[in-house]
Design a protein around this ligand. Structure first.
Ligand code: AMP
Ligand code: ZN
Length: 137
């Protein structure tokens, strides 16, 4: 059983922020910044891209409300909302979860830098868009 399923079943302790019939939110053990929260469906799905839409919408709804609470209650100045899909994207726990990370300062210990691709001028953007559209559901 995965670590988040064990938390959901109460076999591993967690500090809960929110719970309903389908969704649980608890503090990330890493506390990248103060109040870093994970929002998780109670039913196991491996990652965001494999999660049924109704459940994904429930999780995102809670993630939005947690982010709003971080601004209001923790006096965060910004919030990052992110979800990693598969190992190359940094996923380490294979139970869908959304990180809601309050930001207080640009020196917070979170780095997410989108660096311009040196080869971007060689890319055929209309062809890439067409490729994506072929499998768009
Ligand atoms: P990711 O790399 O997106 O899969 O994120 C997994 C997150 O789960 C990391 O930020 C970990 O700190 C967090 N994590 C792992 N085990 C626990 C746990 N027992 N309680 C709370 N957070 C955890
Ligand atoms: Zn699980």
């Amino acid at each position: 059983m995965c670590v988040f399923c064990q938390i959901i079943e109460g076999k591993i302790p967690s500090v809960k922020v929110y719970e309903d019939d389908a969704v649980i939110a608890f503090l990330d053990i890493a506390q990248t910044t103060k109040g870093h929260t994970l929002v998780v469906p109670k039913k196991h799905y491996d990652y965001f891209l494999k999660t049924p839409k109704t459940i994904m919408h429930r999780v995102m709804d809670v993630a939005q409300r947690i982010g709003q609470a971080q601004l209001l209650s923790l006096h965060a100045k910004g919030v990052n909302v992110l979800t990693n899909n598969l190992s190359p994207a940094g996923q380490t726990v294979f139970h869908f979860h959304v990180h809601v990370i309050p930001r207080y300062d640009e020196a917070d210990k979170l780095r997410l830098e989108m660096i311009e691709n040196d080869a971007r001028h060689e890319l055929n953007l209309p062809a890439i868009a067409k490729q994506l559209q072929q499998k768009f559901k």
